[in-house]
Design a protein around this ligand. Structure first.
Ligand SMILES: NC(=O)c1ccc[n+]([C@@H]2O[C@H](COP(=O)([O-])OP(=O)(O)OC[C@H]3O[C@@H](n4cnc5c(N)ncnc54)[C@H](O)[C@@H]3O)[C@@H](O)[C@H]2O)c1
Length: 247
């Protein structure tokens, strides 16, 4: 049985990678999906692929750091599908720089996209969900928020911020029947060319289940948390990391 028939979901950064697979997974369960990405071409391709498979999808240019863009995607969801049941804050970047060499601009950009973008999109969706009296928000965090990392202090801090934001928002909107959870992926092999590099092969040694994750592993966790099966779960961080960090 399809679990999301009649639901409307916005997925940010869904032009490629994990976001794309999340959008396809939710659409396959019957949700109408709104694909936002700074890359309009890949966003359109994701929507096309969903439509080709018989799903409902629209795409729009979305820079999550721009309030106007965020308002536009909210408007589009309401205009096309009449409501917003689900928001998945997936858009994120992960450049590498050691702290001593890190450019201030790079710090700001990572914080803006990963953390402020999550705030702006959540705020817009939550306002609509409060009117509806129901909704679910999922924030994509990272194992890096919970463990010692190297050369991505901005990223790790932004994702730790996402986890903290998840809990505060969950507490604030619970009375409106809005649930807010984070999914925290480990090492996800969304780009096959990366998987064979030494860095990724080394990483497998720290993963108890003995393999890298797939975008589908993340999408299944998102699907569970947005579904009614998770109706009593809010403010939670669901690790999808093959046991790499257990807490
Ligand atoms: N791949 C991993 O191993 C991994 C691990 C943990 C967490 N994550 C998180 O999962 C999410 C997706 O990662 P991915 O590996 O699929 O990345 P990706 O780079 O493949 O895809 C990210 C997408 O976000 C879009 N994007 C970038 N900036 C944007 C902005 N300002 N506004 C809207 N869209 C924007 C990009 O165009 C791209 O389509 C990110 O939040 C990332 O931090 C990934």
């Amino acid at each position: 049985m399809m679990r999301l028939i009649g639901k409307v979901a916005i997925i940010t950064g869904a032009g490629q990678g994990i976001g794309r697979i999340i959008a396809m997974r939710l659409a396959a369960e019957g949700a109408s999906v709104v694909i936002g990405d700074v890359n309009t071409e890949t966003a359109w391709e994701t929507a096309q692929e969903i439509e080709t498979k018989g799903g409902n999808a629209v795409s729009i240019k979305l820079d999550v750091t721009k309030r106007n863009d965020v308002e536009e995607i909210t408007r589009l969801a309401l205009e096309k599908f009449g409501k917003i049941d689900i928001l998945v804050n997936n858009a994120g970047i992960y450049p590498n720089s050691p702290i001593v060499d890190m450019k201030e601009e790079e710090w700001d950009l990572v914080m803006d996209i990963n953390l402020k973008g999550t705030f702006l999109c959540s705020q817009a969706a939550a306002r609509q969900m409060i009117i509806q009296g129901k909704g679910v928000i999922i924030n994509i965090a990272s194992v890096d928020a919970k463990t010692r990392t190297l050369k991505n202090a901005h990223y790790a801090a932004s994702k730790a911020g996402v986890i903290s934001f998840t809990r505060t928002l969950a507490g604030e909107v619970a009375e409106h029947h809005i649930r807010v959870n984070a999914v925290s992926p480990g090492w996800i092999a969304n780009d096959p060319s990366k998987v064979n590099t030494q860095r990724w092969q080394e990483a497998i040694k720290d993963i108890p289940v003995g393999r890298l994750g797939t975008p589908n592993d993340v999408a299944e966790a998102v699907l569970f948390l947005v579904s009614d099966a998770a109706s009593y779960i809010t403010g939670e961080v669901l690790d999808v990391n093959g046991g790499m960090v257990m807490d």
